[in-house]
Design a protein around this ligand. Structure first.
Ligand code: UDP
Length: 481
């Protein structure tokens, strides 16, 4: 157990994730990494969200890992995770409800007096709470340093925030080492608010799920702009090393068992399968889904396609049935409704390409697995992540999605021909495709090394623990001797 020098109690980190898979998965992974180093970890969430990580909690218990979940009831309705919200109107309500965590968290913190809290950047109220209780607080971001640096740079731009600038007008992001062209709509990172800025200004530092070895310059820019400590400690998903961890991570309901997905992948040639998924929140519109299915089929490459429908499931299902899409592609295609074990699929030797919405976790999981990507962003930080993958890391092919599409808006932004062309380019044997695959596998090696003994992310995590240890030590009243 890790203890501070003159306190008999072990270090205790309280982690407070926002209730969405893109926030909870990396925070739970961070919890596992800390617990493996002997730090006591408590993850504060709600009953349904704890249930999603039951296998993680059970495994921790069996193996003596000091990690547990503490559940509090705050949502009156049966909807405790952003991925279960089914209407656009209900989204802002969900954010409001999530803030109800403040009171029960306060009670828990008073009772348990931990060493520090690590709270999601969305929970800006945790700043006030930590100050009141005199607790060290670290802000957790599962975002690229590239996004964080660009957002900081753009804040200083003439015209200020996105609401005041022409959203469709392209510009080059100033003061950064690469030539990155974006428009205001694509930089609308909805969490870029003054409350968050204010809360960040009182934090003891930032814990970022990224790896400084692949975005060194951007980590530097962000650190300089914020003028405080940053620990890049990722890719945290790499802590899921065995099949049980990979396949059960954040599991929710699915039409297809993990065993079926695995046996499909096993039956395919190495690096031949295209995995298509748009994360946990984006539900492709029915018209867009049809184009995607057709474009995918045109390429002739084997595929695993995840269909995440919201209000439009009837229309999508009847199209799939009427066209016998699954039947016609049953030899080399698998359609899965609902949740898939993404890390298991990406790290399978048969997976050779990833069509992604560029959520940061998915992007980083793709990088970690050494899989090149077709980038298809929709909103939030996704357009920025696309630019990182395509223009900086050069392991992606942009499908050509230019407009912001929120969650599951009924929009058709990319046609069949463009989809098959981008996938063909990614999976093909052209010189550039071969080079792209090589770069992807080199990046994978770099980030895997960072998470190994002596690697930058491991060193940073140890430095974070050390930082908390010294803060705790300083807070102790000096002994009289
Ligand atoms: N995820 C998964 N299975 C799914 C959908 C998502 O395991 O069917 C995981 C994925 O591996 C990632 C997270 O959920 O860790 C999604 O986060 P991301 O930032 O990629 O996108 P978001 O869902 O927030 O848009």
């Amino acid at each position: 157990m890790i203890k501070s020098s003159d306190d008999p109690r072990p270090l205790h980190f309280v982690l407070v994730p926002f209730m969405a898979p893109g926030h909870m998965n990396p925070m739970v992974d961070l919890g596992k990494l800390l617990a493996c180093r002997g730090v006591y970890v408590t993850i504060i969430t709600t009953p349904q969200n704890s249930q999603r990580f039951k296998s993680t909690a059970d495994r921790a218990h069996q193996t003596g890992l000091p990690l547990k979940f503490h559940s509090v009831e705050i949502f009156p309705e049966n909807c405790e995770n952003l991925d279960s919200v089914v209407s656009l109107e209900a989204i802002s309500k969900f954010f409001e409800m999530a803030n109800l965590l403040e009171e029960p968290l306060k009670i828990y913190l008073k009772e348990s007096s931990p060493s520090c809290i690590v709270s999601d950047f969305i929970f800006s109220w945790s700043s006030k709470l930590a100050m009141e209780l005199e607790l060290p607080r670290f802000v957790f971001y599962s975002m690229s340093c590239f996004t964080l640096a660009c957002v900081e740079t753009l804040k200083e731009r003439e015209g200020g925030r996105e609401s005041e600038i022409d959203l469709k007008k392209s510009f080059i992001v100033p003061e950064i080492p690469h030539e990155i062209e974006l428009n205001g709509e694509q930089t609308y990172v909805f969490v870029n608010s003054s409350e968050i800025d204010e809360a960040n200004s009182t934090a003891d530092g930032f814990v970022v799920n990224s790896c400084m070895d692949i975005e060194t310059e951007y980590e530097e820019i962000y650190r300089t702009k914020k003028g405080r400590s940053i620990w890049t400690i990722g890719p945290v998903a790499l802590c899921n090393t065995d099949m049980t961890d990979k396949s059960n991570r954040g599991l929710t309901s699915s039409s297809t068992s993990n065993a079926t997905i695995l046996s499909f992948l096993e039956s395919m040639d190495p690096k031949s399968v295209v995995y298509v998924s748009f994360g946990s929140l984006s539900g492709t519109s029915a018209t867009q889904m049809k184009e995607l299915c057709l474009g995918l089929m045109d390429t002739g490459h084997p595929f695993v396609l995840v269909v995440r429908s919201k209000n439009n499931s009837m229309e999508i299902e009847s199209w799939l049935e009427n066209t016998q899409f699954e039947e016609r592609n049953k030899k080399n295609g698998l359609v899965v409704r609902g949740w898939v074990p993404q890390v298991m699929i990406l790290t399978h030797p048969s997976t050779g390409g990833f069509v992604t919405h560029c959520g940061w976790n998915s992007t980083l999981e793709g990088i970690s697995a050494g899989v090149p990507m077709v980038t298809w962003p929709g909103f939030a930080d996704q357009f920025l992540n696309e630019r990182l993958v395509v223009d900086v890391l050069k392991t992606g092919v942009a499908v050509g999605a230019k407009e912001r599409v929120l969650f599951w808006e009924e929009v058709l932004s990319v046609k069949r021909a463009k989809i098959s062309m981008a996938i063909g380019e990614l999976m093909g044997g052209e010189e550039e495709a071969v080079k792209r695959r090589k770069r992807a596998s080199e990046l994978s090696e770099i980030v895997n090394k960072a998470m190994d003994v002596g690697g930058s992310s491991v060193n940073n995590l140890n430095a974070l623990i050390q930082q908390v240890t010294s803060i705790v030590d300083k807070k102790k009243p000096k002994s009289k001797s």
